[in-house]
Structures are given as C-alpha cells and as structure tokens.
Ligand binder design. Structure first.
Ligand SMILES: Nc1nc2c(ncn2[C@@H]2O[C@H](COP(=O)(O)OP(=O)(O)OP(=O)(O)O)[C@@H](O)[C@H]2O)c(=O)[nH]1
Ligand SMILES: [Mg+2]
Length: 607
C-alpha cells in the first residue's frame, strides 16, 4: 500500500498497545489484499470478455476467448502473430479490441471497446504507485487511422501501464495456410509514460509492425522504472510527511470567499496533521456528485495529478460518505480521506491526558465503524465467487462487532468521566467560586489569554487545535466597585471549527460540558483572521446546538496588534459591547479583568 494514511497511523497511535485492535486492522487489510488477488486472477481462469458484447456471435466470442490462450515472450511488446490475430478478430467483429498482458507474457484481460472502456481499475492492478509501472501492458486495436487519442493515453496513465501498443487495421487480411493470420495490421503506435512533470507520456510516429516488434520491451520498462524510482525518491524528501493532493468542491451553497477560506483552513489542518499540500484542484458543481463528489473527468485529473506530483494521499475539503471514499479510491488508486479524518488525526496527535485519549479513540471508532462495514459489503459484492462471499462478510461482521463492543465500553468510560467532572464542578459551585469558560475558534488565542491572565503554562502554538484538554486556573481580581477580593475560575477548552464533526461533538461531550456548565463565557475572536466574521458565526452556531444553553458571553477581539485601523473601527461599530485586546502583547488586559467581574455580577445576579 502506498503510504499509510494519516488516519490509520493515528488510530494505531491512539490505540497504542491495544494489540487486539491492531490485529483486527491487520486482518482487515489482509482480507482486502487477498480479495484483490482473487479478483485479479479470476479474470485469467474464467476467461471473461470485458466490454460491449452485445450482438457478438458464439463463434466470435470463442475467438476472443482464444486470445487468453496466447502466451507472449517476456522481452517483446508483442509478436507479429499475436498482433495479426488480434487485428483479425477486431476486423471480423468491426470493433476496437484491447488485450492486457502481464510481465510473464500472459493475457490477463480481453475487452471489446476502447482502452478507456476496458481499463482495469487501479485497485485491481497487481501493483500500483507513482514509483513504478503496473506491470501490465496493453495491445489494442482501433478503427480510426490515427495516433492514439488523448482519452486512450489518459487511460494508459491511470493504469500506469508498462506500454501501450495501438494497431490500426488494414481492412482486410487472410489466414495463412500453415496457420496464423496476416495482413490485418496497417500500422502501429507505441506509447508509454515518461517521468516528466509536464508531459505525462510520449507516442511514437506510426511504425511498421516489424519495427515495433523489434523494440526491446525489457530495456524500455527497466529504463523507465529506474527513472520513475529516481524521480520518486527525489520527491520524497521527507518520508514521514504525507504528500497531499487537496480537492475542493465549490457548490452553489457557498460564496467563493467562503470556499477559498475553507480551502485555506483545510490546508492548515493538513499541515498541522503533519502533511504537505502539494497541489490544490478545484471544481465548481451545483451539487456534489452522489458517487464521486466531483465529476468523472475531475476524478481522472485527480488520479493523473496525484501521479505527477507523487502524492500519497488525497484530501477533500468536505465530508465524504463511506461509499464515496470507496468509489474514489477505486478510481484514483491511493488513499482518499475527508476533512473529518484530518481533524481526528490532529486530535489523536494532540491527546495527552487519559481523558483526551479516551475521547479521541471513541471519536475515531465512531467514525470508522460505518466505513468498515461498508467496505465489507462492497468486497463481497465484487468478489461474488464461491468461497469468497460468505466467509469474507462473516469475518468483517465479527470485526465490526468487536469494534462496536469497544465503542460501548468507551462510551461508558466517557459517561464516568462526565460524572466525575460534574462532581468537581458541583464542588466548586459549592464553594461558590464563579466560573468562566474561554471559548472561541481554534487558534484565536484562548490559551495565550489564559496564560497572560493567570500565569498558567498552557501549550500555545500557531496550529489548529493546540489545546485538547481543558485547563482550569484561578484568577484573582479586585472588584472595581467594592474593592473586595474576588476569585474567578477560568477554563480554557478545545477550540471550535466550522462544521465540527458530529463524532467529535459526541465523544468530547465531557470536555464540552465545561462550557455549558460555566456561569459565563468569554468568546475570544482572532480579529486579524480574514474570516473572523464567519468564525464568530460558527462558534455561535456550535454553542446554540449544545444541549444546555451556556451562560451570557462577553466577546473579546484578540490580536489587535495585527489589525489595521479600518477593521478595528468596523468591528467596534458592529460590536459596541465587545472588548479589544492583545493577549500576546498584553494590551487591554486590565479592562478585561474588570469586564469579567461585571460579567460574573450579571451572570449570577438573582433574577
Ligand atoms: N499577534 C498576536 N498573536 C497572538 C495573540 N494571541 C495569541 N497569538 C498567537 O496565536 C496563536 C494561537 O494561540 P493559542 O493561544 O494557542 O490559540 P488557542 O485559541 O488556544 O488555539 P487552540 O488551542 O488551537 O484552539 C499562537 O501562535 C499565539 O502566539 C495576539 O494577541 N497577537
Ligand atoms: Mg489553546
């Protein structure tokens, strides 16, 4: 498999020594690979003819099946006999034909139709990856008298074929008396991939069959693979970093600004998760394609670009259904993940405390479960052979139940955690210490502010989701009116993000309760962020969806040291009640302390 996904890595990281689950995952991967092999070889043994077979006579089908019996030498692209035989059958049925041949010279697939129509999905190829060729070559015929078309060459690139031989037909020919066909091939073209960033492939001028068959196939593929490997190694400067192709879909529902902000955010998420975005591909559609999110042409473009830039992971800027992931992976040939998976990965890397790890594992399993069973179903559907359908599904069903049991156990643990936190809060309430939760979009500066106000030592970073576990500190202030000493409990919590994944909200309910149970909220906004307004809306939306309505909130615009005067004036006009600070530069903190006291007075005043 080309590079382990962010997600799988992080699942393993969080599960750590949970060897049972690790074994489960290994078994799933194994089952998957076995299926792949069986699918692949079943094409050889049962002599399936792929493509458009309507109207073919039994005798013609037999001729097509006989192509499977031909064996080619390993060191030439094709023999003249094989090429003529293929052209003869193609002439007889008046259709283009494709044969796919492995390095041992066995014909592994015969298809009626163009290369595009008969292509092998990447997931069924014996090997696949930017660093090598798939080990399969295609010898095909076409009815037109011209060089192979763009769509043919694209199909060649998508399958990473060793080479493509395209034969044009003379229109006639005859059977030799001693056996064998002749005269059917007019001319031949040879095409293959090249390791070049702009040109994907090269195509020869038209050649005679003799010249073509004298080409040294072994030297060609060995030379190419050597170059691909060198190119691939040069690209993999840092093997630990995922090399990501980011795909954004802009639907009618979002403005182009919102779309762009979303892409920028996913890019930062990928970077925070330890990946590198090599290229961004965009598509505009009125709504997502139900099967593949983006259109067919775009899927091909993704597959080609992933090869060109040497990506090992495709990330979408939105959530994908399990079947969409499956369809995309089948066609693209490398792992596809959605935005939620990237966020889960970051959470997994950040989780420090036992409670944090527990909640992350729960979120990941809840996310993974439907995807696991979906994969099981698809495998049994594809397999369809004796001995594959039943056991495969049963086995996955067993794995699924094991994971379901673990989810149930984790949920119980989160419930216990929730109860424990609630007891601690009750104790604080008993002491009558008022509490304020610091909330806000991720990276707004919440932890910086808590540190500045209370000399806490919370981890701060210019990263998304730097904080995962809530930190609680006491803030001592003098009441501005009575001069009485007053203590307020300040809690820093996990940051919000727009479209917070539901599995996270559920898993993090114990942490999020810190927010709903506080007497009041301090909502920190990064005013220097271009999307600060939509970030405020996202935070408000998440708060409004919480089961218990949180207390009153004070809006604090942070990072004013980085803000131009127009933006500042605009925000002051729009939000006259808000306070403007810089936690980093410690500006406006004294005013903030006083406003916090006012907020508490207001929140706990008897009404
Ligand atoms: N220029 C400037 N940078 C700031 C200010 N406050 C915080 N930052 C920077 O903003 C980044 C994020 O700060 P954090 O305090 O980690 O933000 P957070 O809201 O806790 O973020 P998460 O925990 O990831 O949700 C860090 O690089 C801080 O140094 C400020 O007032 N001015
Ligand atoms: Mg933080």
């Amino acid at each position: 498999m080309v590079g382990e996904s962010l997600f799988l890595q992080s699942v393993l990281r969080t599960w750590g020594d949970s060897t049972q689950i690790r074994k489960t995952l290994d078994r799933i991967e194994f089952a998957r690979s076995v299926f792949k092999d069986q699918l692949f070889w079943s094409g050889v043994s049962i002599e399936t003819i792929y493509g458009q077979l309507q109207g073919l006579k039994p005798n013609q089908l037999k001729q097509l099946q006989r192509l499977y019996h031909q064996r080619l030498p390993g060191d030439c692209l094709t023999t003249p006999e094989f090429a003529q035989r293929l052209a003869a059958v193609s002439t007889e049925i008046a259709q283009p034909l494709c044969t796919y041949i492995n390095r041992r010279g066995q014909v592994i697939r015969v298809g009626v139709g163009t290369v595009r129509q008969t292509q092998i999905p990447p997931s069924e190829l014996p090997r696949y990856g930017a660093e090598r060729l798939s080990g399969i070559r295609c010898v095909a015929t076409q009815l037109k008298m011209e060089a192979p078309s763009e769509s043919t060459l694209t199909a060649m690139a998508l399958q990473r074929l060793d080479a493509l031989v395209m034969l044009t037909l003379s229109g006639g020919g005859f059977e030799r008396r001693g056996g064998g066909a002749t005269g059917y091939v007019k001319e031949a073209y040879l095409a293959h991939l090249v390791p070049h960033p702009e040109a994907h492939w090269t195509v020869s001028p038209s050649l005679s069959l003799d010249v073509l068959t004298q080409q040294d196939f072994l030297a060609l593929t060995e030379g190419l693979e050597e170059e691909f490997r060198r190119e691939f190694v040069a690209q993999q400067v840092d093997v630990d970093r995922d090399r990501v192709l980011l795909v954004g879909l802009m639907t009618d529902r979002v403005s182009s600004q919102r779309f762009q902000d979303g892409l920028t955010e996913v890019t930062r998420l990928v970077e925070t998760a330890g990946g590198e975005v090599l290229q961004v591909l965009r598509q505009k559609r009125s709504q997502p394609h139900p099967q593949t999110v983006v259109g067919e042409g775009k899927v091909q473009e993704i597959a080609l670009s992933a090869q060109t830039v040497g990506a090992n992971l495709v990330v979408f800027d939105r959530d994908l259904s399990p079947s969409q992931v499956r369809n995309l992976e089948l066609q693209i040939g490398i792992r596809v993940v959605d935005r939620t998976e990237v966020i889960l990965d970051i959470f997994a890397q950040r989780a420090q405390s036992g409670a944090g790890k527990l909640q992350v594992e729960l979120a990941q399993l809840e996310y993974a479960l439907p995807r696991l069973s979906g994969r099981g179903r698809s495998m049994s559907r594809q397999g369809g052979g004796i001995g594959t359908r039943g056991p495969g599904e049963t086995k996955l069903e067993t794995e699924r139940r094991a994971i379901q049991r673990r989810i149930t156990r984790l949920q119980q643990e989160v419930n216990q955690l929730q109860a424990h936190r609630s007891r601690m809060r009750q104790q604080r309430q008993h002491e009558e210490v008022p509490s304020i939760a610091i909330v806000g979009y991720t990276n707004a500066g919440k932890s910086t502010l808590l540190n500045a106000l209370t000399n806490a030592e919370v981890y701060i970073a210019d990263q998304l989701f730097a904080t995962l576990d809530p930190t609680t500190r006491r803030l001592n202030v003098n009441h501005p009116k009575t001069q009485e000493k007053l203590t307020i409990i300040l809690t820093d919590t996990v940051g919000f993000i727009h479209d917070l994944p539901p599995s996270l909200v559920d898993a993090f309910r114990a942490t999020l309760e810190e927010v709903t149970e506080a007497d009041a909220l301090l909502h920190v906004v990064d005013l220097s962020h271009p999307a600060w307004q939509s970030q405020i809306r996202s935070v408000m939306k998440i708060l409004s969806e919480m089961p218990i309505t949180p207390g009153p909130a004070l809006l604090a615009f942070n990072k004013i040291d980085q803000v131009d005067s127009d933006t500042l004036a605009f925000a002051q006009e729009e939000f006259p009640q808000a306070i403007f600070i810089s936690a980093g530069e410690r500006l406006g903190l004294e005013t903030l302390r006083q406003r916090l006291v006012g907020l508490i007075d207001y929140a706990i005043a008897p009404r």
